[in-house]
Design a protein around this ligand. Structure first.
Ligand code: FAM
Length: 452
């Protein structure tokens, strides 16, 4: 299947010409100013990179190639029920075009073929030729209690041996204009392999009951879509859970370029590191509690609240619980955002999913109650820029409901999804010849000398 690759290729000349014209015409124009506050505040608000696949507006929320989440839900083809499938989003991100049903199906089949081939080869490897190690051997060598995110990132590195870009670069025969083709192959391989590796990590390390545990290479059902197969490999075959996985993998895929995981992937990739190296770096950033790990933190916190509140979700009691969290020096996980200044649309669509599929779930009711209370408590601190919930405030409660109760796995699912956005941009960055990143840093002494 080369429909998608051919479409990307056909767009490259006009995209490069467009970027060149932008540079020629506006190369000397200013896009903003940098204050010392911005410099010292984590580069907040500095316009400093090109990132085509999505754009975040403080008030409108995220747009994937111009489309909001409700628009994705409406317009992307390939749906099994109501939610879009991530294959359709991947096509959109790479081509800036809503694909046809046929195009989505072809991409789905391509990804599932890659996944199946990978899983079969590794399983055969396990059964037969023990001298040829594979990524699952690398994971088995890690202690079972190693954090699942560390395992996922290590797995990316362990799979780097398979990088086609790496081999071509080392051969010295690849032209610069061809880089993207091998990055594309690696990226699609990686997007296909990650759910298999993640399901393996789940069953080996996260699941506690002996009956659900396994250290076998998962079996891929290539007739399914990527998300449904992921859910099934983890041991959840209900249609509702598959539908949740489609929503989950779609909405976590991309959030413009400056967030830690996207930026880390982009930065490392700019040194021509292959997708395995680059995305492993992104995952390491996603594993931080202020970024992707927040979904794990939220669940822990909700469980703490359940114990402390003993079913009393009255406004006063919940408010005191939230205030105590702040008093203990912790952040309220799942609330706040560096860019957004409203309730995250990714929160809203998960809330809709909950209202449709599990309105009576007790933990969902707690989450809803917190939504009424937390913003005012955060506003009262006088320093929180955005008191509204983000994506992580809701995802865990949905997963719990459908049986995915092991919260230390949640960020791994985020990572599986994030590969779709980060790696799409990585392909485009190489296709359009982006430069290596090298911003200027200064010392505090330099700043003092400049302004004193
Ligand atoms: N609870 C308590 N304090 C908070 C807060 C929260 N949820 N959000 C922000 N603040 C504090 C923040 O710590 C800072 O305090 P200091 O000045 O004492 O350091 C102050 O408010 C101003 O911060 P800000 O400008 O509003 O936010 P930042 O842009 O610095 O940080 C976040 C953004 C996301 C790191 C921050 O809101 C936070 O820590 N939230 C909780 C963790 C979380 O949910 N992260 C997930 C973000 C998510 F969308 C993702 O990446 N998956």
């Amino acid at each position: 299947f080369d429909g998608l690759k051919a479409q990307i290729e056909s767009q490259i000349p006009s995209e490069i010409a467009r970027l060149k014209a932008l540079k020629t015409k506006y190369g000397q124009e200013k896009v903003g100013e940098v204050t010392v506050n911005m410099l010292m505040g984590g580069m907040r608000g500095i316009v400093g990179m090109l990132y085509e696949t999505s754009l975040l507006d403080a008030n409108d929320g995220i747009r994937f190639r111009g489309l909001t989440i409700p628009e994705l839900q409406e317009k992307l083809p390939g749906k099994r029920d109501r939610e879009p499938i991530p294959e359709a989003l991947l096509f959109l991100l790479l081509t800036n075009k809503v694909p046809t049903e046929k195009e989505v199906e072809a991409l789905r089949a391509d990804l599932m073929e890659r996944a199946e081939k990978f899983a079969k080869e590794c399983a055969m490897n396990d059964a037969g030729n023990k001298s040829k190690k594979n990524v699952f051997d690398a994971l088995r060598a890690l202690p079972e209690e190693t954090h699942p995110m560390t395992q996922l990132s290590a797995a990316c590195l362990a799979m780097q041996n398979d990088s086609k870009f790496l081999k071509m670069y080392a051969s010295g025969t690849m032209k610069k204009t061809e880089y993207w083709k091998y990055i594309y192959e690696d990226a699609l391989d990686l997007i296909a392999k990650l759910p298999v590796v993640a399901a393996y990590i789940y069953k080996r390390s996260c699941v506690k009951e002996a009956a659900r545990k396994s250290s076998e290479v998962p079996t891929v059902d290539a007739s399914l879509d990527l998300a449904a197969n992921f859910s099934q490999m983890m041991g959840f075959s209900s249609n509702e859970c598959k539908e949740l996985m489609r929503l989950y993998l779609t909405i976590h895929a991309d959030h413009e370029g400056g967030n830690v995981s996207a930026h880390a992937t982009h930065l490392v990739g700019s040194a021509l590191s292959d997708p395995y190296l680059s995305f492993s770096a992104g995952l390491n950033g996603l594993a931080g509690p202020l970024h992707g790990l927040a979904n794990q933190e939220v669940l822990k916190w909700l469980k703490e609240a359940q114990v402390a509140l003993k079913g009393d979700y009255s406004a006063e009691t919940v408010k005191t619980f939230v205030e105590n969290t702040l008093k203990s020096g912790r952040v309220v996980p799942g609330y706040g955002h560096a860019v957004l200044r409203r309730t995250d649309p990714r929160y809203e669509c998960q809330r809709e999913f909950a209202l449709k599929h599990m309105p009576d779930d007790e933990m969902f009711q707690l989450v809803s109650r917190l939504y009424e209370i937390v913003p005012d408590v955060l506003k009262a601190t006088g320093k929180v820029q955005n008191p509204w919930p983000n994506v992580d405030a809701h995802s865990g409660v949905l997963l719990q409901h459908f049986g995915i109760k092991e919260e230390n796995f949640y960020t791994v699912m985020f990572g599986v999804s994030r590969s779709i956005g980060c790696l799409s941009q990585l392909i485009l960055s190489r296709a359009h010849g982006y430069a290596i990143e090298r911003p200027k840093s200064v010392t505090s002494k330099w700043l003092e000398e400049k302004f004193q």
